[in-house]
Design a protein around this ligand. Structure first.
Ligand SMILES: [Fe+2]
Length: 241
Protein backbone atom coordinates (compact mmCIF):
# COMPACT_ATOMS: atom_id res chain seq x y z
CA UNK A 1 0.00 0.00 0.00
CA UNK A 2 1.31 3.45 -0.91
CA UNK A 3 2.17 5.68 2.02
CA UNK A 4 -0.23 8.63 2.28
CA UNK A 5 1.48 12.02 1.81
CA UNK A 6 0.63 13.17 5.36
CA UNK A 7 2.55 10.19 6.79
CA UNK A 8 5.79 11.23 5.09
CA UNK A 9 7.42 12.68 8.18
CA UNK A 10 10.67 14.56 8.60
CA UNK A 11 12.54 15.57 11.75
CA UNK A 12 12.12 19.33 12.36
CA UNK A 13 13.75 19.99 15.73
CA UNK A 14 14.55 18.55 19.13
CA UNK A 15 13.95 20.32 22.41
CA UNK A 16 16.23 19.67 25.35
CA UNK A 17 15.43 20.64 28.95
CA UNK A 18 18.29 21.78 31.18
CA UNK A 19 18.46 21.67 34.96
CA UNK A 20 19.77 25.19 35.64
CA UNK A 21 21.29 28.30 34.07
CA UNK A 22 24.84 26.95 34.39
CA UNK A 23 23.91 23.96 32.23
CA UNK A 24 22.02 26.34 29.92
CA UNK A 25 25.16 28.46 29.41
CA UNK A 26 27.46 25.46 29.05
CA UNK A 27 25.27 23.70 26.51
CA UNK A 28 24.84 26.98 24.62
CA UNK A 29 28.61 27.37 24.53
CA UNK A 30 29.03 23.79 23.29
CA UNK A 31 26.48 24.22 20.50
CA UNK A 32 27.91 27.55 19.33
CA UNK A 33 31.45 26.10 19.36
CA UNK A 34 30.13 23.16 17.37
CA UNK A 35 28.94 25.48 14.60
CA UNK A 36 25.29 26.06 15.54
CA UNK A 37 23.89 29.55 14.96
CA UNK A 38 21.59 31.09 17.56
CA UNK A 39 18.29 31.82 15.79
CA UNK A 40 16.13 32.85 18.75
CA UNK A 41 16.52 33.71 22.41
CA UNK A 42 14.12 34.79 25.11
CA UNK A 43 14.87 35.08 28.81
CA UNK A 44 11.30 34.31 29.85
CA UNK A 45 8.01 33.02 28.51
CA UNK A 46 5.21 31.41 30.48
CA UNK A 47 2.60 32.38 32.99
CA UNK A 48 2.73 34.91 35.75
CA UNK A 49 4.35 32.38 38.08
CA UNK A 50 6.31 29.57 36.45
CA UNK A 51 8.06 30.10 33.13
CA UNK A 52 10.94 29.11 30.90
CA UNK A 53 13.98 30.57 29.20
CA UNK A 54 14.56 29.42 25.63
CA UNK A 55 17.35 29.49 23.06
CA UNK A 56 17.04 27.98 19.60
CA UNK A 57 19.93 26.87 17.38
CA UNK A 58 20.33 25.86 13.77
CA UNK A 59 23.33 24.18 12.20
CA UNK A 60 23.97 25.47 8.66
CA UNK A 61 25.74 22.28 7.49
CA UNK A 62 23.72 19.48 9.10
CA UNK A 63 20.45 21.47 9.11
CA UNK A 64 19.88 20.14 12.65
CA UNK A 65 17.65 22.34 14.82
CA UNK A 66 17.79 22.28 18.62
CA UNK A 67 15.78 24.29 21.13
CA UNK A 68 17.01 24.50 24.70
CA UNK A 69 14.64 25.22 27.57
CA UNK A 70 15.24 26.06 31.20
CA UNK A 71 12.05 25.65 33.27
CA UNK A 72 11.74 28.40 35.87
CA UNK A 73 9.99 27.42 39.12
CA UNK A 74 7.73 29.80 41.05
CA UNK A 75 8.42 30.02 44.82
CA UNK A 76 5.45 27.72 45.47
CA UNK A 77 5.26 25.68 42.26
CA UNK A 78 7.50 23.49 40.11
CA UNK A 79 7.71 24.33 36.40
CA UNK A 80 6.87 21.41 34.09
CA UNK A 81 10.28 21.99 32.51
CA UNK A 82 11.89 20.83 35.77
CA UNK A 83 9.82 17.62 36.06
CA UNK A 84 12.52 15.16 34.85
CA UNK A 85 15.06 16.58 37.30
CA UNK A 86 12.72 16.78 40.32
CA UNK A 87 10.72 13.58 39.74
CA UNK A 88 13.13 11.42 37.74
CA UNK A 89 12.71 9.55 34.47
CA UNK A 90 13.37 6.12 33.02
CA UNK A 91 11.64 4.74 36.12
CA UNK A 92 14.09 6.15 38.67
CA UNK A 93 15.20 9.35 40.45
CA UNK A 94 17.81 11.25 38.42
CA UNK A 95 19.65 13.42 40.94
CA UNK A 96 22.68 13.81 38.63
CA UNK A 97 20.85 14.45 35.36
CA UNK A 98 21.56 17.84 33.81
CA UNK A 99 19.66 17.50 30.52
CA UNK A 100 16.60 15.69 29.16
CA UNK A 101 15.30 15.55 25.59
CA UNK A 102 11.70 16.65 26.05
CA UNK A 103 10.32 16.42 22.54
CA UNK A 104 11.10 15.62 18.96
CA UNK A 105 9.15 17.66 16.43
CA UNK A 106 8.13 15.80 13.27
CA UNK A 107 7.02 17.69 10.19
CA UNK A 108 4.14 16.46 8.03
CA UNK A 109 2.93 17.93 4.70
CA UNK A 110 -0.66 17.94 6.08
CA UNK A 111 -1.16 18.20 9.83
CA UNK A 112 -4.97 18.06 9.60
CA UNK A 113 -5.02 14.75 7.73
CA UNK A 114 -2.24 13.40 9.92
CA UNK A 115 -4.08 14.26 13.11
CA UNK A 116 -7.42 12.96 11.90
CA UNK A 117 -5.78 9.68 10.88
CA UNK A 118 -4.07 9.34 14.28
CA UNK A 119 -7.19 10.23 16.27
CA UNK A 120 -9.17 7.62 14.35
CA UNK A 121 -6.63 5.09 15.54
CA UNK A 122 -7.15 6.29 19.14
CA UNK A 123 -4.10 8.53 19.67
CA UNK A 124 -4.40 11.26 22.32
CA UNK A 125 -3.21 14.83 21.76
CA UNK A 126 -2.60 17.38 24.49
CA UNK A 127 -3.30 20.50 22.47
CA UNK A 128 -5.44 21.59 19.54
CA UNK A 129 -3.67 22.61 16.33
CA UNK A 130 -2.29 26.08 16.83
CA UNK A 131 -1.37 28.44 14.04
CA UNK A 132 1.47 30.81 14.80
CA UNK A 133 5.25 30.74 14.86
CA UNK A 134 7.89 29.08 16.98
CA UNK A 135 11.60 29.81 17.40
CA UNK A 136 12.26 28.60 13.84
CA UNK A 137 9.44 30.27 11.89
CA UNK A 138 5.70 30.18 11.08
CA UNK A 139 3.88 26.87 11.48
CA UNK A 140 0.83 24.85 12.42
CA UNK A 141 1.60 22.67 15.42
CA UNK A 142 0.21 20.42 18.11
CA UNK A 143 1.66 18.42 20.99
CA UNK A 144 0.96 14.75 21.60
CA UNK A 145 0.39 13.35 25.06
CA UNK A 146 3.56 11.96 26.65
CA UNK A 147 4.52 8.58 25.21
CA UNK A 148 5.39 6.57 28.36
CA UNK A 149 4.25 6.45 32.00
CA UNK A 150 7.76 6.85 33.40
CA UNK A 151 8.91 9.54 30.92
CA UNK A 152 8.20 13.20 30.18
CA UNK A 153 8.90 12.81 26.48
CA UNK A 154 6.33 13.68 23.80
CA UNK A 155 6.04 14.50 20.10
CA UNK A 156 5.31 17.77 18.47
CA UNK A 157 3.73 17.43 15.04
CA UNK A 158 3.91 20.39 12.73
CA UNK A 159 3.46 21.71 9.24
CA UNK A 160 5.48 24.69 8.05
CA UNK A 161 4.73 25.26 4.37
CA UNK A 162 0.97 25.69 4.42
CA UNK A 163 -1.44 27.95 2.54
CA UNK A 164 -2.43 30.47 5.22
CA UNK A 165 -5.58 31.47 3.27
CA UNK A 166 -6.98 27.94 3.41
CA UNK A 167 -6.54 27.59 7.17
CA UNK A 168 -9.45 29.91 7.91
CA UNK A 169 -11.87 27.29 6.61
CA UNK A 170 -10.51 24.49 8.80
CA UNK A 171 -12.18 23.73 12.08
CA UNK A 172 -10.25 22.96 15.22
CA UNK A 173 -7.49 25.48 14.64
CA UNK A 174 -6.78 28.05 17.28
CA UNK A 175 -5.20 31.32 16.33
CA UNK A 176 -2.97 32.68 19.01
CA UNK A 177 -0.60 35.59 19.24
CA UNK A 178 1.93 33.74 21.29
CA UNK A 179 1.73 30.03 20.57
CA UNK A 180 4.66 29.19 22.81
CA UNK A 181 2.82 30.74 25.72
CA UNK A 182 -0.39 28.79 25.03
CA UNK A 183 1.53 25.55 24.67
CA UNK A 184 3.40 26.33 27.85
CA UNK A 185 0.24 27.00 29.84
CA UNK A 186 -1.42 23.80 28.55
CA UNK A 187 1.68 21.82 29.44
CA UNK A 188 1.82 23.37 32.91
CA UNK A 189 -1.88 22.54 33.47
CA UNK A 190 -1.24 18.93 32.46
CA UNK A 191 1.66 18.83 34.91
CA UNK A 192 -0.57 20.24 37.71
CA UNK A 193 -2.93 17.32 37.14
CA UNK A 194 -0.01 14.90 37.34
CA UNK A 195 1.17 16.50 40.60
CA UNK A 196 -2.25 15.71 42.11
CA UNK A 197 -2.63 12.15 40.82
CA UNK A 198 0.86 10.98 39.72
CA UNK A 199 -0.91 9.39 36.76
CA UNK A 200 -0.68 10.41 33.14
CA UNK A 201 -2.71 9.93 30.01
CA UNK A 202 -0.30 8.71 27.37
CA UNK A 203 -0.32 9.20 23.60
CA UNK A 204 -1.36 5.64 22.80
CA UNK A 205 -2.47 4.57 26.29
CA UNK A 206 -6.10 4.05 25.26
CA UNK A 207 -5.13 1.34 22.78
CA UNK A 208 -4.51 -2.37 23.36
CA UNK A 209 -0.74 -2.93 23.61
CA UNK A 210 -0.27 -4.63 20.23
CA UNK A 211 -2.27 -1.93 18.44
CA UNK A 212 -0.35 0.84 20.25
CA UNK A 213 2.89 -0.79 19.14
CA UNK A 214 1.72 -0.87 15.50
CA UNK A 215 0.74 2.80 15.52
CA UNK A 216 4.00 3.83 17.20
CA UNK A 217 6.03 1.83 14.68
CA UNK A 218 4.04 3.27 11.80
CA UNK A 219 4.99 6.81 12.86
CA UNK A 220 8.66 6.05 13.51
CA UNK A 221 9.13 3.88 10.41
CA UNK A 222 7.77 6.65 8.19
CA UNK A 223 10.32 9.23 9.29
CA UNK A 224 12.91 10.14 6.66
CA UNK A 225 15.86 9.75 7.25
CA UNK A 226 14.95 6.26 8.41
CA UNK A 227 16.07 5.44 11.93
CA UNK A 228 16.60 9.09 12.90
CA UNK A 229 14.02 9.13 15.74
CA UNK A 230 15.62 6.03 17.30
CA UNK A 231 18.65 8.17 18.19
CA UNK A 232 16.40 9.70 20.87
CA UNK A 233 16.54 7.14 23.65
CA UNK A 234 12.99 7.63 24.97
CA UNK A 235 11.73 6.83 21.47
CA UNK A 236 14.03 3.80 21.16
CA UNK A 237 12.70 2.61 24.52
CA UNK A 238 9.06 3.02 23.51
CA UNK A 239 9.74 1.45 20.10
CA UNK A 240 10.90 -1.78 21.75
CA UNK A 241 7.83 -2.07 24.00
FE1 LIG B 1 9.05 22.36 19.65
Amino acid sequence: MAIPEFMKLKPDHKTVLVRDMTVFRNLRDFLVSDGYKVVYETPRVGEEKTGMATSAFHHPYTNERIAMVYGIDAPDEVSQGQAPFKFGFDGKPQAEAQTYIQHLALRTPDIFRFREYMEKKGAQFLTPIFQDKDSFGPLLQCFSREILDDEWFFFEFLQRDYDADKIGTKSGVQFVDKTVRSLYVTKQDEFRDWMKTHKKKTFLGELPKAKARDVFHEIIDNVDPKGYPLTVWAIAKAYRQ
